[in-house]
Design a protein around this ligand. Structure first.
Ligand SMILES: [Mg+2]
Length: 507
């Protein structure tokens, strides 16, 4: 609820400020010694933390020592008393003000209702129903699970998925039929742990909020957006899915207008984009016509290939010297003129990856068809040949191995689970780095990215509002791309179309 649908952060801050400023005035050494409670204090010590823990942390930051005291005693002589005072102030605020709801959340909920989907809302707050009423949005939800329900049912708080699972149960759905939208790290982690079908992290760039886009991804979000309207079709009426967005051929004129006379920088994913997805990942060979099409494009505009494969693997398969390569989801970058770059943090993940790989080989042995691909900075567990009924067994094994390695995380792609560094670095960072540091970004280039999988959505997000994102269709899912292409063959045709529009540079 809060931070996704409703925005009570200002009301909470105001209530805390009244309570703490009274206390700080009392303990100050005269009026000149009074240092008020600030927005920075709120974010650093109190926001997103259980009430009494927040009080403890803030008082410690000002070296104020109070007894714990009695929960029912509203006074600033004890820490529990402060909590009671704060809750009273918040209730008082709720009596007199309307809680704002986020416009993008209203738009998303309206579209979901229009599509006939069930929608639940969950919150650890005991005031959740009052907050939803105050914002005038309670009737938009088919069910509410709040702090009172959690208390009665004995549901643990996030990152345990219990509250989310209960919400799904009340909607008569299994978690794998439900998408979760969360703004908190503990919330996306709960969605991932509960194995919900899609976990969307919302990273609103609003004043006073913590910026945590990459962190949302590393804690388990499949998709991170800045505005929930990115999940909707252009007319706002439905979910933005692979099958609903226009193809580049439907929108050729738009595309030509956007490119205009600008310099282009082209980024291409490998598997599923330049090659079809094949049963045996090691046989995903690129065809000669595709290499030729990339070569012709790269002769005209700087071109990069961004892949989850190892740098040497993808470079070996494509074999074009004039192209830039970013392997390992952007962890390992190379290009013409001896360019070689790894993010500073990369080295620390090598030994956890090695250990997880050994662990995983033991864990997966005996599950028919599961293939482990050990790479420099990640491990892919391919389930292309695994019976669908065994997917969950594989995922459990992956979860158990990742659970023993705090520096690693799991991500999900097309018929693949990946174990990756828990690093704030993804394909989006690789694209940004290449634009900032190589000729890909020269002359205010317009970046164009083509990819097919969830990891490519990080690059789409990085280009949001300043580039062109094209997704290659597969099993239908939500995307934030601008346009679609049907398959690798369609990609080849499009690369040819692009090259034909750009004059070959004179030697
Ligand atoms: Mg791909």
């Amino acid at each position: 609820m809060d931070g996704v649908v409703t925005n009570t952060a200002d009301a909470h801050f105001a209530a805390w400020k009244e309570v703490f400023d009274d206390l700080l005035r009392n303990v100050a050494d005269g009026p000149s010694g009074f240092r008020p409670f600030t927005r920075e204090d709120y974010i650093a010590h109190v926001d997103g933390v259980p009430r009494h823990e927040g009080i403890r942390r803030f008082l410690a930051s000002r070296a104020i020592d109070l007894p714990v005291g009695d929960a029912d005693d509203p006074s600033d002589a004890t820490s529990r008393g402060l909590g009671k005072l704060k809750n009273d102030r918040f209730q008082y605020w709720l009596d007199r003000n309307a809680v704002p709801a986020f416009d993008d959340a209203r738009a998303l909920v309206a579209a979901l209702r229009h599509c006939g989907m069930s929608i639940g809302v969950f919150s650890a707050s005991r005031n959740a129903r009052r907050v939803l009423d105050s914002a005038g949005v309670r009737n938009l939800f088919d069910t509410v699970v709040d702090g009172v329900d959690a208390g009665e049912l004995g549901l643990s708080g996030k990152p345990d998925p219990a509250m989310l699972v209960e919400t799904a149960r009340r909607l008569d759905c299994a978690p794998d039929e439900v998408a979760v939208v969360e703004d908190a790290l503990s919330g996306v982690e709960a969605g991932a742990r509960g194995r919900f079908s899609l976990v969307v992290g919302i990273n609103r760039q609003i004043a006073g909020a913590r910026t945590q886009g990459h962190a949302l991804r590393t804690y388990g979000a499949d998709l991170v957006v800045r505005d929930l309207r990115q999940l909707l079709t252009d007319d706002g009426a439905g979910l933005r899915t692979l099958d609903r967005i226009p193809t580049v051929w439907d929108r050729q004129q738009d595309l030509e207008a956007r490119i205009g006379g600008r310099r282009l920088a082209v980024f291409l994913d490998y598997d599923g984009t330049l090659t079809p997805i094949v049963e045996d990942f090691s046989k995903a060979d690129i065809c000669g016509e595709m290499v030729e099409a990339i070569g012709q494009l790269a002769a005209r505009v700087p071109t990069a290939i961004v892949s989850g494969r190892d740098l040497s693997d993808v470079r070996g398969r494509v074999g074009l010297e004039q192209v830039f390569y970013a392997g390992s989801h952007g962890f390992d970058i190379a290009g013409p003129g001896d360019l070689h770059e790894r993010p500073e943090q990369a080295g620390q993940f090598l030994s956890p990856i090695e250990a997880a790989g050994n662990d995983l080989e033991d864990a997966i042995r005996g599950i028919g068809g599961a293939q482990i691909e050990r790479k420099t900075f990640s491990i892919a567990v391919h389930v292309r040949k695994v019976a669908e009924t065994d997917f969950e067994t594989v995922e459990r094994a992956v979860d158990a191995v990742v659970g023993r390695q705090p520096k690693l995380r799991k991500s999900r792609g097309k018929k693949v689970f990946e174990i990756q560094p828990r690093a704030e670095w993804d394909k989006g960072n690789a694209v940004e780095w290449l634009l900032d540091n190589t000729r890909l970004g020269e002359g205010d280039a317009l970046a164009l990215y083509i990819g097919d999988d969830l990891t490519d959505e990080d690059a789409f997000a990085a280009l949001s509002g300043r580039g062109i994102a094209i997704v290659v269709r597969g099993a239908d899912r939500i995307t934030t791309a601008d346009y679609a292409l049907d398959d690798a063959q369609d990609v080849r045709r499009f690369l040819g179309w692009l090259a034909a529009r750009i004059a070959e540079p004179e030697e």
